[in-house]
Write a protein that binds this ligand. Structure first.
Ligand SMILES: [Fe+2]
Length: 273
C-alpha cells in the first residue's frame, strides 16, 4: 500500500504576519508537526499550489524552513497566488517540464502521479495551454497502461460555488484533448484552489480537494453547475469562512484510493468510544 499526504493552499505570508486573522506560518508548522506525529511514514507529500499568498522569494524560503522537518519528499505545485520565479529561487529542484512550467512525473509501483501547472501569471483563473497539454499527452503516452493520478491547482470543472467556478480553468479544450484517450487510466484527480473538502467524479474520474491550511471558502452554493453561468453572475464576491483546516492522508493499493481528512488544530485526536 502507498500512503501519501495531500495538503493545499498554504498561502504563506511574511514571518509572523497574519492573513484573514490567522497566521499561515504557524498553521503550516502545526500541520507539519501533526504529519510528523501521525503520518511520518508517508511515501511523499504533495502541495497543490497557492503556496505563497503573494509570491515573494523570502516567503518560499520560509516555506522551505517550515517543511524541512518532514522526512519524505515534498512535491510542490503552483497556484494563482504563486510566482514560478520566486518558487524556483528557493526550490531549485521544483518540477520543470522543459518549457518552464512546474510540471513533472512521480513514478510509483501503483502508477504515475502527473503534476500539472495551471497558473496564468497575473490572473486568478486557471489555464492549461497547448504547450502544457503537449507535455501531458507525452507523459500519459510514456506511462503505457499504468494507472495515473493527476495533481493540479485549478479544477477543469465547476463545483457549484460561483466565486470559485469563475476561477476554474477557463479554456479547457487542450486539457480535455490531452486526457481523452487515457480517461480509463486516471484513477484520481487531486486539486486545490477551492479551500473546501469536496469529492466526487467528473466524467467518471474520481476527484478530491481539501480545506487550505490557513483560511477557507464559505459553502455558498449556486443552483447550477456551470463555469459560464458563474462568469455571468453580477456579484463577484468570494465569501471566506473560519472553518478549521485539515490535510489529506491518501491510501492507495491496486484496488482502492481512500482519502482521509486529518484535522491538525483539534488537540488530542482520540479517546475510547
Ligand atoms: Fe488558494
Amino acid at each position: 500500500m502507498l500512503k501519501i499526504i495531500h495538503l493545499t493552499d498554504t498561502h504563506l505570508v511574511g514571518r509572523g504576519e497574519a492573513l484573514y486573522g490567522t497566521d499561515p506560518s504557524w498553521r503550516l508548522r502545526a500541520c507539519v508537526d501533526d504529519i510528523l506525529a501521525a503520518h511520518g511514514d508517508a511515501a511523499f507529500c504533495i502541495i497543490t499550489g497557492d503556496l505563497a499568498d503573494r509570491g515573494g522569494r523570502p516567503v518560499y524560503e520560509l516555506m522551505k524552513e517550515i517543511l524541512s522537518p518532514l522526512p519524505m519528499p515534498v512535491h510542490l505545485l503552483v497556484g494563482n497566488h504563486d510566482s514560478r520565479t520566486d518558487l524556483r529561487a528557493a526550490f531549485p529542484d521544483a518540477f520543470d517540464d522543459g518549457n518552464g512550467f512546474v510540471q513533472g512525473r512521480i513514478e510509483t509501483p501503483l502508477g504515475d502521479f502527473l503534476m500539472l501547472d495551471t497558473l496564468e501569471p497575473m490572473k486568478h483563473h486557471g489555464a492549461f495551454c497547448e504547450r502544457r497539454a503537449a507535455w501531458l499527452s507525452e507523459a500519459l503516452a510514456k506511462g503505457g497502461e499504468k494507472p495515473v493520478y493527476l495533481c493540479q491547482h485549478h479544477p477543469p470543472f465547476p463545483v457549484g460555488i460561483a466565486g470559485d467556478d469563475r476561477l476554474a480553468i477557463l479554456e479547457r479544450a487542450p486539457f480535455e484533448r490531452a486526457i481523452a484517450p487515457h480517461r480509463s487510466r486516471i484513477r484520481h484527480m487531486f486539486f486545490g484552489h477551492i479551500h473546501r473538502p469536496i469529492s466526487g467524479s467528473w466524467r467518471g474520474m474520481p476527484f478530491s480537494t481539501l480545506f487550505g491550511t490557513n483560511h477557507q471558502t464559505a459553502l455558498e452554493l449556486t443552483p447550477y453547475l456551470s463555469i459560464e453561468r458563474a462568469l455571468n453572475e453580477p456579484d463577484d464576491t468570494v465569501w471566506g469562512s473560519p472553518e478549521a483546516p485539515h490535510y489529506g492522508v491518501v491510501l492507495i493499493d491496486a484496488e482502492l484510493v481512500v482519502v482521509h481528512q486529518r484535522s491538525f488544530l483539534a488537540g488530542p485526536q482520540r479517546f475510547v468510544l
